[in-house]
Design a protein around this ligand. Structure first.
Ligand SMILES: Cc1ncc(COP(=O)(O)O)c(C=O)c1O
Length: 461
């Protein structure tokens, strides 16, 4: 039980949840899911409160993933619920093309205040994928606006995840997300990823080895020439690939090289924003300010879809040069700055501030890291990495019937075992478990989470 949700609401949510099993699982084509395996053994969630989900049969499942890296303030938080309800009653929708509504401007100002340095202009989208594609488009259009139209090339990084739009998968570096979709964007290249198990295994926080990998940007500049490169985009901590904290000094070097060669640096903070690393943004935690950062997920604590880009003053100003009646950037979404998302965002930011949740995450980092690292030695645990309230646990893959490695098989078994047998919701990519509990997690919650994960690891070995 958590202290954040009133008892009446908890009871109501739990009993309501128990009555909602669907009759038919056929029509919903589930995203990033083994659909046939799911239908064979469904994992159905109907309610949520605080640190827990409630299954359709009324079981309470500990949320080890903040939903999908997004429910940072925990679930069913009254102030956010009330704000969304009130906004829906007052202004359900209003266009933001050529019109505005107050909450959009207020939220943009609040985000600008929260972001470091002169990152102070906010372009709203509805997801992390849209945020990434928006940032890439702004980068290319920025150089055109500055009269350097040859600077169009985009540099991503191996193992990077920037959502599933064509821009995002082109700069992204997760081969499963790229290989089925043709030629992708032209004019893209990639830095090497920063992971080396031999040098970094079982590191708590930022690994000491790997800063030199940022120098690979010099090689790409030598190959393509800086006059063709618009931007470099990286996750400051690579999340979806399995939690790879940046090597010490790596981001600083990347920033210096981008400055030297007049290349924009974009941080994709869709996971790292809003407290995951114990600061409003990873940019602040690592003391490196990008030219643009993307956000999504935690901005509304996952309650209403929203994403966006925060740009430095100089990026914004480059667009504000033509005749004032002209639209400066031909880009936007019907639901950019949707009133419900803005209301949810403002309420989430208030909660983060009032409960000091980012500082709380920073304070809990050591206890969380120690607890997770103690899983070392369990069967098939190959590596554990942690930073902030995030951790990645690499598991040795299961074998197929012929005795060969079957990547992803143990991962799915871990999801199933967690949900059905250990009452814990886990995010698993391949055979790597990623933990990212809501920032309201208590020490007891963390102990329970790690205990259940230990059960899952042992059960799937
Ligand atoms: C770093 C990063 N960028 C972009 C995205 C895509 O976000 P969405 O799924 O909201 O499109 C994600 C999602 O996990 C992410 O981790």
């Amino acid at each position: 039980m958590n202290e954040h949700t009133p008892h009446a609401a908890r009871t109501q949510a739990a009993s309501h949840a128990a009555s909602q099993a669907p009759n038919d699982l056929d029509a919903f084509w589930m995203p990033f899911t083994a659909n046939r395996a799911f239908r064979a053994r469904p994992r159905l969630i109907a309610g949520a409160e605080g640190m827990h989900y409630v299954t359709v049969d009324g079981r309470r499942i500990l949320d080890g993933a903040a939903g999908l890296w997004c429910s940072n303030a925990g679930h069913g938080r009254e102030p956010i619920v009330r704000a969304i309800q009130a906004q829906a009653a007052q202004l359900d929708f209003s266009p933001t093309f050529q019109y505005g509504h107050p909450a959009a401007f207020t939220l943009a100002s609040r985000l600008a205040e929260l972001a470091p340095g002169d990152l102070n202009h906010v372009f709203f989208a509805n997801s992390g994928s849209e945020a990434a594609d928006t940032a890439l488009k702004i980068a290319i259009a920025y150089w055109q606006a500055r009269g350097k139209a040859t600077k169009t090339r985009l540099i991503g990084r191996e193992r990077g995840y920037h959502g599933v739009g064509f821009g995002g998968i082109s700069v992204g570096g997760i081969s499963g997300n790229r290989k089925s979709f043709g030629t992708l964007l032209a004019g893209v290249d990639h830095l090497p990823h920063t992971y080396n198990r031999a040098e970094q295994a079982f590191t708590h926080g930022q690994p000491a080895w790997g800063a030199h990998l940022a120098d690979e940007l010099e090689r790409l500049v030598a190959l393509h020439d800086a006059s063709t490169i618009a931007a470099v985009i990286v996750e400051p901590m690579a999340g979806s690939t399995g939690v790879l904290p940046p090597p010490q000094g790596y981001l600083e070097r990347l920033r210096a090289l981008c400055d030297r060669h007049d290349i924009l640096l974009i941080f994709d903070e869709v996971i790292t924003g809003f407290g995951r690393l114990g600061a409003p943004f990873a940019a602040e935690r690592f003391g490196v300010t990008p030219d643009m950062l993307t956000f999504a997920k935690g901005v509304t604590s996952g309650t209403v879809p929203m994403g966006g880009v925060i740009a430095r003053a100089g990026v914004f100003e480059a667009f504000m040069q033509g005749p004032p009646h002209m639209i400066e950037l031909f880009h936007g979404y019907t639901y950019s700055a949707h009133p419900l998302a803005c209301a949810a965002g403002l309420a989430a930011l208030d909660l983060y501030r009032d409960e000091d949740l980012f500082a709380r995450a920073r304070k809990m980092e050591k206890a969380f890291g120690d607890a997770v690292q103690a899983l070392k030695g369990l069967p098939g645990v190959l590596d554990i990495r942690n930073i902030g309230l995030a951790a990645g646990i690499d598991l040795a893959p299961a074998k197929d019937d012929a005795g060969k490695d079957a990547p992803g098989k143990r991962g799915l078994a871990a999801i199933e075992s967690g949900f059905h047998d250990h009452d814990v919701l886990l995010r698993v990519g391949g055979d790597t478990i990623a933990l990212s509990p809501p920032l309201i997690a208590s020490e007891d919650d963390i102990a329970a989470l790690v205990d259940r994960v230990a059960g899952v690891i042992t059960a799937t070995a």
